[in-house]
Design a protein around this ligand. Structure first.
Ligand code: TIU
Length: 226
């Protein structure tokens, strides 16, 4: 068991029943010229999450933990893109428009791909999702059930949008969701803070909040004890 320091309480998790879920660490959100910037955001704000994610990813791989990556986006024909999403707001470019990294948020385009630092390796499921939550209209629940997963360590962007939505979906499906705070990022520092606060409030109403260093320390303590 990994004895993980977390808020509002410590939590014990069994590595074989735990998946690391890395949400939407795509060029479209983290690099200039993609979806995030088209919405008027400073994409540089998400950079701080990359190195903690990289360390956690390396540790999870070494421990043989299930690693799952997600990507938000749509098929090239955009049949899975709700008009209400595509037409929303007044972005400089809409989903499906051509930008410097290809068509915005479209599968197969450079911008839709995961950043090189966190690139998936063979055997790691990559979930393409049309919505903000990773369970909606995907086979994530099936993959987790088939592996008898009970706990999700959640990283990625953005804290208050796709991370929060996925944690709420996962919590309702019975998973213990533990968000690694420094492995997440937002275009709005105050939303990052509040996005985490609302997960762990009320005795952990949606889940737990921990951090990369707490997880790494807990994992090495487990290995030393073994
Ligand atoms: N805009 C924003 O904060 N996020 C998204 O649109 N998607 C994800 O969070 N992945």
């Amino acid at each position: 068991m990994i004895q993980l320091a977390a808020e509002p309480t410590p939590i014990a998790i069994e590595p074989a029943r735990t998946a690391l879920v890395i949400i939407d660490m795509q060029r479209d959100f983290l690099e200039p010229g993609g979806f995030g910037e088209s919405l008027g955001n400073d994409v540089g704000l998400l950079k701080a999450a990359v190195e903690p994610c990289r360390q956690v990813l390396a540790a999870a791989r070494k421990a043989g933990m299930l690693v799952i990556h997600t990507r938000e986006g749509h098929s090239p024909d955009m049949n899975d893109a709700p008009p209400a999403k595509v037409e929303r707001g007044a972005p400089s470019k809409r989903i499906g428009d051509v930008g410097p990294m290809g068509r915005i948020l479209i599968q197969g385009e450079p911008g839709h791909d995961i950043i090189p630092e966190l690139y998936p390796i063979a055997g790691e499921p990559v979930i393409d999702k049309p919505g903000k939550g990773a369970f909606y209209a995907t086979n994530l629940g099936l993959i987790l059930a088939n592996r008898s997963i009970e706990n999700l360590l959640v990283c990625g962007v953005t804290t208050e949008v796709c991370v929060n939505t996925t944690v709420r979906e996962g919590n309702d499906r019975g998973f213990r969701c533990i968000v690694l705070a420094d492995c997440c990022g937002s275009y709005f520092p105050e939303f990052h803070k509040m996005g985490l606060a609302m997960i762990k409030a009320q005795g952990g109403i949606f889940g737990w909040v921990s951090g990369s260093q707490q997880l790494l320390a807990a994992m090495s303590a487990t290995q030393r004890a073994a």
